[in-house]
Design a protein around this ligand. Structure first.
Ligand code: CMC
Length: 391
């Protein structure tokens, strides 16, 4: 029934037109709306990057102030969301809580289901960007049994996030500006990455006209896996397992062994066949944060030595496997006091703007159709039904 190309894993299928993010994987280039990721990470703040992804331009001063005010207006979540958290087990993985709570927001903002209204689309985007840090911090607070912290709109996006994560009602929490800057940069580095698995999931879910909050919940589910956003958590577990630089060669050999499912987490990428430009900035940020906090983490020595050994190894060189964005981020989060189970949640907080910008671009594309891949059927085409006594 008609022609189609069989492309498992979509290694060579372009699924949409987009003007948001440009990647040249061979050269290791990542640009948002034409702006290099390292420039944005160094010179812009996260809200400016959000504006850029959604509107296509960097905001001028007035636009920036208005955007910031509009976003901060939406930082609180409905009070009933608090009860929702109590339904989860205390030891639930925060990514499980994120899937559930962001999906639940579609019930709180039912008007957002009217995706034909451009205002509703924009308000949904603003709500999601504004509320993700609140929801993420609540997932963390719930897991450690501390009271939820309300957002503080006098703080910047990243300062507020850190305050909701680490603040407690019984004492004043002073946000360390170096950490807030680092958090902002980490959010920028994760903000968008064109048609990765989670973004494609959001687009596919959205292509049926589904509620945008439900679509973002689908994206969070897709991000969770260790081959995607879950790699940042997996990297830290791996570095701990390696434990000492002297054990690195054994793990490198394990990663090269085709009969062993072990892979070097934080290494390799579907698109980059060169150094991931985000990993470069991440490594530099890692040094800055550890210096500021006066932390000497032996895991950083393990990570750096692992990178050095892998980059000289024929297997990794030949297959063009370089460190990716997830390789150094975990060491920074650990130094900041963020537990491993929250690493991928931070990725989700940052990627929400990319997801919703891509969702919006898709809905506003006149050529948009429901996403409906085909299959190569390899089963029995026709069989005669047998009564149960004859099977
Ligand atoms: N360690 C050892 N070997 C690897 C690795 C690795 N990390 N990554 C790829 N390879 C090998 C793989 O075995 C395959 O070998 P062969 O051609 O002999 O069968 C070859 O390199 C190509 O790998 P692939 O699995 O066909 O490539 P892919 O594009 O389907 O997968 C990937 C990309 C990111 C899933 C993979 O590199 C991987 O599993 N990396 C570890 C997990 C990770 O760090 N993920 C984060 C990705 S970046 C941020 C994000 O998306 O969240």
């Amino acid at each position: 029934t008609g022609y189609f190309t069989y492309d498992p894993g979509f290694t060579s299928t372009g699924s949409c037109e987009s003007t948001i993010t440009y990647i040249d994987g061979d050269k290791g280039i990542l640009r948002h709306r034409g702006y290099a990721i390292d420039d944005l990470a160094e010179k812009a703040d996260f809200l400016e990057v959000c504006y850029l992804l959604i509107y296509g331009e960097l905001p001028n001063k007035a636009e920036r102030d208005k955007f910031s005010a509009d976003i901060t207006m939406h930082t609180m979540v409905h009070e009933q969301m608090r009860n929702f958290y109590n339904g989860f087990r205390r030891d639930a993985h925060p990514m499980a809580i994120m899937c559930g709570s962001v999906g639940a927001m579609s019930a709180f903002y039912h008007d957002s289901t009217d995706i034909s209204d451009p205002n509703q689309r924009l308000i949904s985007a603003y709500r999601l960007i504004a509320k993700m840090p609140t929801i993420a911090a609540m997932a963390y607070k719930y897991s450690i049994g501390q009271p939820f912290q309300y957002p503080n709109n006098a703080l910047s996006y990243s300062e507020n996030f850190l305050a909701m994560m680490f603040g407690v009602p019984c004492e004043k929490y002073n946000v360390n500006p170096v950490l807030a800057k680092a958090m902002d940069r980490i959010l920028i580095l994760h903000a968008d990455h064109e048609q990765n698995a989670s973004t494609s999931t959001v687009r596919l879910a959205g292509s049926s006209g589904a509620n945008p909050f439900a679509c973002i919940a689908a994206g969070i589910a897709s991000l969770w896996g260790p081959a995607h956003g879950g790699a940042n958590e997996a990297v830290l577990k791996m570095l701990k397992q390696i434990g000492d630089v002297k054990n690195i060669p054994d793990f490198v050999n394990k990663a090269k062994d085709k009969n062993d499912p072990f892979r070097l987490m934080g290494f390799g990428h579907r698109v980059y066949k060169n150094y991931d430009p985000r990993a470069k900035v991440m490594q530099q940020t890692c040094h800055e944060v550890l210096k500021e906090l006066n932390v000497q983490d032996p895991l950083l020595d393990v990570a750096q030595e692992l990178e050095r050994i892998a980059r000289e190894d024929e297997y990794f060189v030949e297959k063009k496997l370089y460190p990716n964005v997830d390789f150094y981020s975990g060491i920074i989060f650990k130094a900041m006091g963020i537990p491993e189970s929250m690493f991928t949640v931070l990725f989700a907080v940052a990627r929400t703007v990319g997801w919703i910008a891509q969702w919006k671009e898709m809905i506003e594309d006149p050529s948009q159709k429901i996403g409906r891949p085909r299959q190569l059927f390899t089963g029995d085409v026709e069989r005669e039904f047998k009564e149960v006594q004859n099977r």
